[in-house]
Design a protein around this ligand. Structure first.
Ligand SMILES: C[S@@+](CC[C@H](N)C(=O)[O-])C[C@H]1O[C@@H](n2cnc3c(N)ncnc32)[C@H](O)[C@@H]1O
Length: 277
């Protein structure tokens, strides 16, 4: 039986056109053998526009002056997978070592600034916010910025409303009970936690140092989609947006290899963290 979610067949010229489009718009590299990825992600757009194939979508993209369709295509190609307290060792490192140090260093101003770059639907930024509340920082001046390329995921992040399957992933039951209330079949995050985070649409390839200075930056599970040059530029900008001695946390499959001039790699409580030089 044909899969209802895929639209098969992409002319090689259109495949290259789509690769270039996604690279130009978001810096994301789609390899040569990822037909299924285009087919499954762009199928819904093809159907929504009443088209019959991805080739027709490419023809429309080439002809149209309408930026919305181009944007929709790129957003569909971003991978937004995320969940609460992803990579728990990093949150343990924050709780046990990084935060106690920051509390000492900032005890005069009682102000801390964090950035969840590539925030997706918000679980990363909100996990941090809940952790900070649990650690007794409710009366500190805490600012958490969550940014992403995709406006669609940020809408969901701002709403702070999650499905059962999403709160089942990584969120301890005690925090669910404490910070969420049931709304129909979903879970609504409290205003107290939502107020700690501000979300903004930002392309990581833009100049970002003016967003800082931050005490800690999460840039997790996004660098894997970029080429080496884009990745290096992003790490340079993040370094510029961090306080000296501030921390960068990357995803499990990512390294800040080749940027030793900006970051010093450290193992803290079993987690890899990068301290800005
Ligand atoms: C896999 S999610 C990672 C979410 C979260 N950081 C985590 O680790 O759970 C990757 C996110 O990167 C975003 N992204 C992709 N390209 C981007 C770019 N050029 N600028 C900013 N965000 C981008 C995607 O929209 C997506 O939401």
């Amino acid at each position: 039986m044909p899969n209802q979610n895929t639209v098969s067949g992409i002319h090689p010229e259109n495949y290259r056109f789509l690769q270039q489009h996604v690279y130009r718009q978001a810096g994301i590299v789609v390899e040569h053998d990822k037909h299924y990825l285009f087919e499954s992600r762009l199928g819904p757009i093809v159907r929504q526009l009443g088209l019959d194939s991805i080739d027709s979508l490419c023809a429309l993209l080439r002809a149209t002056q309408e930026p919305d369709i181009g944007r929709q295509v790129v957003e569909a190609m971003t991978t937004n997978e995320t969940y609460f307290f992803r990579d728990p060792a990093q949150y343990d490192a924050i709780r046990r070592v990084l935060l106690p140090r920051l509390r000492r260093e900032r005890r005069d101003t009682r102000k801390l600034r964090f950035w969840s770059a590539a925030a997706s639907t918000g679980q990363e930024a909100y996990s941090l916010a809940m952790l900070l509340l649990e650690e007794g920082l409710a009366d500190w001046n805490i600012q958490i910025l969550g940014t992403d390329f995709s406006t669609q995921v940020l809408e969901r992040a701002r709403a702070g409303k999650y499905q059962q399957i999403e709160v089942n992933r990584g969120l301890p039951a005690a925090l669910l009970v404490k910070h969420f209330r049931r709304v129909g079949v979903d879970w609504q995050l409290s205003d107290a936690v939502r107020r700690m985070v501000r979300f903004e649409t930002i392309d990581l390839r833009d100049r970002m140092r003016a967003l800082g200075p931050f005490d800690l930056v999460f840039c997790r599970n996004v660098l894997i989609y970029f080429d080496a040059e884009t990745k290096k530029n992003i790490l340079r900008e993040i370094h510029g947006a961090l306080f000296r001695g501030g921390w960068l946390l990357l995803g499990g499959a990512e390294t800040a290899f080749g940027v030793e001039e900006w970051f010093q790699r450290q193992t803290v409580e079993g987690a890899i963290v990068y301290a800005a030089r």
